[in-house]
Design a protein around this ligand. Structure first.
Ligand code: MN
Length: 237
């Protein structure tokens, strides 16, 4: 779609005021550059690339079945609606105006697309100097961040996500229920995601069963800090 067509459609759907106020944060957080209909992104590495921390079968089912279902159900739900042809970040910013099926599957598509990029084969990557300094300043350093992040992730009752977000000029830790995320206008703690962990049982149950804390601990071994640092620096240009 030509940009002018998109702006006209988005403007009609969202109202001109929203475009002015929210375009910058939507662009900063963008991990899905297409407008609907959406497609399942490639994982970018093999299913067994995160072994032994996250097992191949979990990755295959998680990506090929769970994530695919979110994409398929989202596309189906948007057909013939005002949300068709709009970017996912724009939809999430006004998700209160959408039905639950778009909230659940739209969140599911964005969250998993982000999660696959955060994860990666262990290559000894480290946070950039700029990100490391911000973690030190706002969260007391890497070890303190891990403790607080694990508390948010284990403390989320049932299914959901834990996040490090950029909000009010600093890094903060939060969590959301189900497939909600900090880009949505319905969550308590809105911000731009920098880091996330999926704590739905489908993300860890085959290998870790009920031991969510062990999975969260293992997660730190398979983070692609190059991507996370880029995400942070994109927000803070
Ligand atoms: Mn999941």
């Amino acid at each position: 779609m030509k940009r002018i067509d998109f702006l006209q459609r988005a403007s009609a759907f969202l109202g001109a005021g929203f475009l002015v106020s929210s375009f910058s944060s939507a662009r900063e957080s963008a991990v899905i550059l297409e407008n609907s209909p959406f497609s399942l992104p490639a994982l970018g590495y093999s299913f067994n690339a995160l072994e032994p921390h996250i097992d191949a079968m979990t990755m295959e089912i998680h990506h090929d079945r769970h994530h695919k279902a979110y994409v398929d159900n989202l596309n189906k739900a948007l057909i013939g609606t005002a949300g068709a042809g709009v970017s996912l970040e724009e939809l999430l910013g006004q998700i209160s105006k959408q039905p639950a099926v778009v909230r659940n599957n739209g969140g599911g598509h964005w969250n998993h697309s982000f999660f696959w990029k955060i994860l990666g084969p262990a290559k000894g990557s480290q946070p950039s100097a700029k990100l490391a300094a911000q973690i030190q300043k706002d969260l007391g350093g890497m070890e303190a961040m891990k403790v607080e992040f694990a508390k948010a992730a284990t403390g989320r009752f049932g299914s959901g996500w834990a996040w490090v977000i950029w909000k009010d000029g600093k890094l903060q830790i939060t969590s959301t229920a189900n497939q909600d995320n900090p880009l949505m206008d319905v969550v308590e703690n809105r911000g731009i995601p920098v880091l996330a962990i999926d704590v739905w049982e489908h993300a860890y149950y085959l290998k870790y069963q009920n031991k969510r804390a062990d999975y969260i601990q293992a997660f730190w071994n398979v983070i692609n800090w190059d991507f996370v640092s880029q995400q942070f620096e994109k927000i803070n240009l």
